[in-house]
Each structure stands twice: as structure tokens, then as C-alpha cells.
Design a protein around this ligand. Structure first.
Ligand SMILES: Cc1cc2nc3c(=O)[nH]c(=O)nc-3n(C[C@H](O)[C@H](O)[C@H](O)COP(=O)(O)OP(=O)(O)OC[C@H]3O[C@@H](n4cnc5c(N)ncnc54)[C@H](O)[C@@H]3O)c2cc1C
Length: 394
């Protein structure tokens, strides 16, 4: 150790201490009411926001794009291209939440004129919120939302610069956001999107994607329907097709319906890609939980009592075994915070006080401590028998 350097350090430290003491002595005795660091953090991560529907436009014959701005005229928080917004819709006596990937780019959300967009496809008759958005939501309405959720974004420290996106249907939305940000020059990555649609008039965000094409954004449409005259790629997103558009070290980002995921698991396995180079977006609540291994067959149509403890309040509500605890709470008009509705984010973490739940095997985001202390993610837990849970008061 150099003694001179050591003494200098010690001397320096005592000078800092003296300066601190002097600052304390000259400070006002009245407590400072403002908290600039807290305020800045609130401005960047405001949590739940009231949003106004500024515009609704038709995207394809089965989908619409909805533009939101902040209802209080303030600025929207920052998000990464690829992330989703958890939106809450007042429906009847209750509030229902759903995640939607942002199809607009982060740069479009900045500043006083900033906006955020989602693109939502209507159902084939069994939908709920998606049909509400397509048929009932109107310009001027307000909803609540939490922006910048999820892990499905490009991270240069983790991902290869060359990204091949495998998208199906509305699974294009996170990639539309990335493509727009790249074209704007504020995201440094190379993106090739293999986009599967049924027919050419069914291609979601077609013009917006084409406007982004250039040196770093390449879009390949793949039609699964038998469309005469189509000169582009046909079929499904097979291993051969993926190989054709991959070059060098590549990260694969995948977003689409559950059937596409099942198919792609097989195709990617044929390609021998390292696990760290494949990123799947979560796909939400399964359409039919009863088809999963381990779900008790006799529970398919069963109804149970769900006792919900909030502080000193206790409510007993009906709950279908085939619907998650979150859906039972929403049906009963009891608000619980949710975001991904896929068992991943943990926002709806709930303590099971008694009874048994079935956990969706594809949405089991519980940590070891959750398991030990009987916590579940209410969006991926299904009551098999009467259950008592404790949730936070909102
Ligand atoms: C990360 C992520 C991003 C997504 N991004 C997009 C996107 O960009 N675009 C898009 O179109 N979709 C997207 N989705 C899917 C979207 O979240 C919805 O699942 C989809 O719009 C269908 O919603 P739905 O309510 O119509 O149908 P479902 O989610 O299938 O809901 C129907 C279910 O609602 C429940 N329900 C019925 N009635 C009631 C009631 N009265 N009270 C309470 N619950 C009831 C029942 O359980 C019923 O089965 C995304 C999903 C995830 C996970």
C-alpha cells in the first residue's frame, strides 16, 4: 500500500465529511415537501393511467387499430418496442383486463402529442373483450391501462443483432412496433419478419409494415390459404422456410396463436438452435384448460364456492373449475390487478388459504417461495373444489 495515497484518501474522506456537516448546518429546519427523485420516477413509471380513445380505424375486415392518448393531456411513459399494455375495460358491473401488444412504436409515444396503439382482431363468436373493442368501444371513451409490460423486446446484450421474427395473425403487433422504431432510426437491429396470414386481405398492418421496409427491415408474407395468383411464400412457417431467411447468428422471436407455437416447437427442434436464441411471447389464458394433462375430468362442468378475503371482508362467490380465479373475481365484480394473464408476470399473486387449485402447466410462473407459502398466480390457477383465497384490497 502506498502510504501517501492512503493518507490522501483519508484526508479526502474527512473533507467530504466536513462539507456534508456544513451543508446540514446551513440547511433549512423546515422539512422539504418536494421529492424530486420520487416525482421523476412517477413521471417515467406512472403505473395505472387513464387513457382516452383518440382514434379507431379499420385495419382488416376482422381487426381494428385503436389509438390512445393520456386523458389528462400528460405524456405517456416510455416502453420498449415489443412490450404490451394491460388494459382495463369497464363492462357492466365489473372491470375486465386484457393484455395487448403495442403496435405503435416507442418514439410515437413521446412528447405532448404522443400516442400508443393496439390492433385487435375480433373473435369467431366466442370472444369477449376483443369483440367489445371492435364493436362497442368508441372515440372519446376512457379506459385504464398500464404500459410497458412484459419481457418480449430486443436486448442487444442478450440477443443477436440479426433477428428473425415468426409472427402469426395478431402476433405481428410487437414486431410492427419494432419495425417502426428501426425505420425511425432509434432501434439498432436487423429484423426479418416471416408473417403468416390466411389470405392477402387478412394481412394485419400490411401498409404500415411495408412503409418500414428498407436496409434493416425485411418482411416476408406467407399465406396458408389457397389463394390463386399469389406469388409470395405459401404454407406454414416451416423449418425450411425459416432456414431460407436466416443468416449467421440469429435470435428468433415468436409471437402468434397457441397452435402456431405447438407447430414451431417441432420445426425449431429440427434446426438445432440454442435455447438462448429463441424467445417466445406469452400467449394468454388457454381457450380450454380441461384438455391439459392432470386436470380432473370430473371437474369439467363443476362449479365451486370461492371465498375471497380482503382485509376484514369475506365474500363467497361462484367459480367455475374451468375458469381461472381471476375470471371468477372479475365475473363477481371484484377487482384484482392483472397484466399478462399468462401466469408469468405475477401481478395477480394470491395466497390460497384453503382448498385445491389446478395450475395451468403452460403458465406456471410460481417461484419456489410461492410454492412453499401457497401463493399462486390467480390468472393461471383453477379451483378444483371450494377454495379460500386472500387478495389485496384495491
Ligand atoms: C402478451 C399478449 C399480447 C397480446 N396482444 C394481442 C394483440 O396485439 N392483438 C389481439 O387481438 N390480441 C392480443 N392478445 C390476446 C388478447 O389479450 C385477448 O386474449 C384476445 O383479444 C381475446 O380476448 P377475449 O376477451 O375476446 O377472449 P378471451 O380472452 O378468450 O376471453 C373469453 C373468456 O372471458 C371470460 N368471460 C366471459 N364472460 C365474462 C364475464 N362476464 N366476466 C368476466 N369474464 C368473462 C371467460 O372465461 C371466457 O372464456 C394478446 C395476449 C397476450 C397474452
Amino acid at each position: 500500500m502506498k502510504v501517501k495515497g492512503f493518507l490522501k484518501d483519508v484526508g479526502g474522506a474527512s473533507r467530504v465529511t466536513r462539507a456534508r456537516l456544513a451543508a446540514f448546518e446551513s440547511a433549512s429546519a423546515t422539512p422539504e415537501k418536494t421529492d424530486p427523485i420520487g416525482e421523476a420516477s412517477k413521471a417515467w413509471h406512472p403505473g395505472r393511467l387513464e387513457l382516452k380513445v383518440a382514434q379507431i380505424r379499420t385495419c382488416t375486415k376482422t381487426s381494428k387499430t385503436v389509438r390512445f392518448v393520456r386523458a389528462d393531456g400528460g405524456e405517456l411513459p416510455y416502453f420498449y418496442a415489443g412490450q404490451f399494455i394491460a388494459l382495463e375495460f369497464p363492462m357492466g358491473e365489473t372491470i375486465i383486463s386484457r393484455p395487448y401488444s403495442l403496435s405503435s412504436a416507442p418514439y410515437q409515444a413521446r412528447g405532448k402529442e404522443g400516442f400508443a396503439e393496439i390492433t385487435v382482431r375480433r373473435s369467431k363468436g366466442d370472444g369477449f373483450v376483443c369483440d367489445y373493442i371492435n364493436d362497442t368501444l368508441k372515440e372519446g371513451d376512457t379506459v385504464y391501462g398500464t404500459m410497458g409490460c412484459g419481457q418480449f423486446y430486443y436486448e442487444p446484450l442478450r440477443d443477436a443483432k440479426n433477428v428473425v421474427a415468426l409472427a402469426g395473425g395478431t402476433g405481428i403487433t410487437p414486431f410492427a412496433s419494432m419495425a417502426k422504431e428501426i425505420a425511425h432510426g432509434t432501434l439498432d437491429m436487423d429484423l426479418t419478419i416471416l408473417f403468416g396470414s390466411v389470405s392477402s386481405d387478412d394481412i394485419i398492418l400490411k401498409e404500415e409494415l411495408e412503409a418500414c421496409e428498407g436496409e434493416h427491415v425485411h418482411i416476408v408474407h406467407v399465406l396458408s390459404g389457397d389463394e390463386p395468383g399469389w406469388t409470395g411464400e405459401r404454407g406454414f412457417l416451416s423449418a425450411d422456410l425459416i432456414k431460407k431467411y436466416s443468416k449467421g447468428d440469429t435470435t428468433y422471436f415468436i409471437c402468434g396463436p397457441q397452435v402456431m407455437y405447438n407447430f414451431l416447437h417441432g420445426e425449431l427442434a429440427k434446426m438445432d438452435i440454442p435455447k438462448r436464441r429463441v424467445r417466445f411471447e406469452v400467449f394468454g389464458t388457454p381457450k380450454d384448460i380441461t384438455r391439459f394433462d392432470g386436470f380432473p375430468a370430473e371437474e369439467k362442468e363443476a362449479m365451486h364456492n370461492l371465498t375471497v378475503v380482503r382485509g376484514i371482508h369475506e365474500d363467497v362467490i361462484p367459480a367455475k373449475a374451468a375458469e381461472s380465479l381471476v375470471v371468477a373475481l372479475e365475473r363477481a365484480g371484484i377487482r384484482i390487478e392483472t397484466a399478462c394473464r399468462s401466469g408469468e408476470c405475477g401481478l395477480c399473486r394470491t395466497k390460497v388459504l384453503s382448498g385445491h387449485v389446478f395450475i395451468c402447466p403452460e403458465g406456471d410462473g410460481r417461484r419456489a417461495a410461492d410454492k412453499e407459502f401457497n401463493y399462486v398466480h390467480a390468472c393461471s390457477a383453477y379451483p378444483v373444489g371450494d377454495v379460500k383465497i386472500k387478495i389485496p384490497i384495491l
